[in-house]
Design a protein around this ligand. Structure first.
Ligand code: ZN
Length: 262
């Protein structure tokens, strides 16, 4: 028999199901990513109200079992209205939610991911530089899950690059920065290697080091942010599982939140 459980979580994704139901993916504090079926959620007088809207923080009571669980009750805790009033902020948050959906396995407790997503929504609600926060989130999430790229040392030979001068490189395939020697030995940009200045690398590394509340101190140029997005795409393409088949659009491997908004 399935047991009734309670969890607090962010609605990451919703999908219509059947005539009147919805299937939700929720990032919970207590149970990690879970799938819930909300029966009757699309009826005019749904008992769940706004609690099932994407990005809402809600409390869920559900019948627990492996895989799809049945939602019994849901109550809204936080709507993040500030975020919903601004198109750029909202789309940035939704793209990050898609990244969460892609990255996290279901039914694995991942409390740090829950906290990080809350910090992201807080920052996107108030801070000006939306694109900086949108870029920082996937890097931080990867780091918290222990799969971030190597930003301090050469990913091939291990040389300390924190004081490096001269051109270095980044390879998603090899797992991070490359020193001058390993760069030339491993080929060129044609093999997915991106050249970058040490100062830029140090700036991008700060995306990982600075917590969200201190990230406003970091000044990255629009060009550096675009480069950071590119490196993220390169890294994710090599290190993450592809989107589940049903989530892939026109067969592509979607690799970065900026590409992923449906
Ligand atoms: Zn090296």
């Amino acid at each position: 028999m399935s047991r009734l459980k309670k969890a607090v979580g962010y609605v990451i994704r919703t999908q219509d199901y059947g005539e009147t139901s919805k299937i939700l993916k929720v990032l919970t504090r207590e149970a990690g990513m879970i799938s819930l079926i909300a029966k009757g959620a699309r009826r005019p007088r749904s008992p769940f109200g706004a609690a099932l809207e994407p990005l809402c923080l809600s409390e869920f009571v559900y019948y627990d079992r492996a895989g799809l669980k049945t939602l019994s009750q849901a109550s809204l805790l936080r709507m993040h209205e500030e975020l919903r009033r601004d198109y750029d902020r909202l789309t940035a948050a939704l793209r990050c939610a898609r990244f969460v959906h892609r990255l996290l396995e279901e039914d694995h407790v991942e409390e740090r991911a829950f906290e990080l997503f809350g910090e992201l929504l807080g920052a996107l609600s108030t801070e000006e530089d939306v694109r900086l926060y949108e870029l920082a989130f996937p890097w931080k999430l990867l780091a918290r899950l222990g799969v971030a790229p190597q930003w301090e040392r050469c990913a091939v030979c291990g040389r300390d690059l924190s004081e490096a001068s001269g051109r270095i490189g980044f390879s998603g395939e090899k797992g991070g920065l490359l020193c001058g020697g390993c760069r030339s030995a491993s080929g060129s940009e044609g093999e997915g290697e991106v050249p970058l200045a040490p100062g830029t690398a140090r700036g991008l590394a700060m995306l990982l080091k600075l917590p969200f509340p201190k990230l406003h101190r970091l000044r990255l140029s629009p060009a550096d942010i675009r480069l950071g997005e590119r490196l993220l795409r390169e890294f994710v393409a090599h290190h993450l599982r592809p989107m589940p088949a049903g989530d892939r659009r026109s067969g592509e491997f979607v690799s970065h939140p900026r590409d992923e908004l449906s």
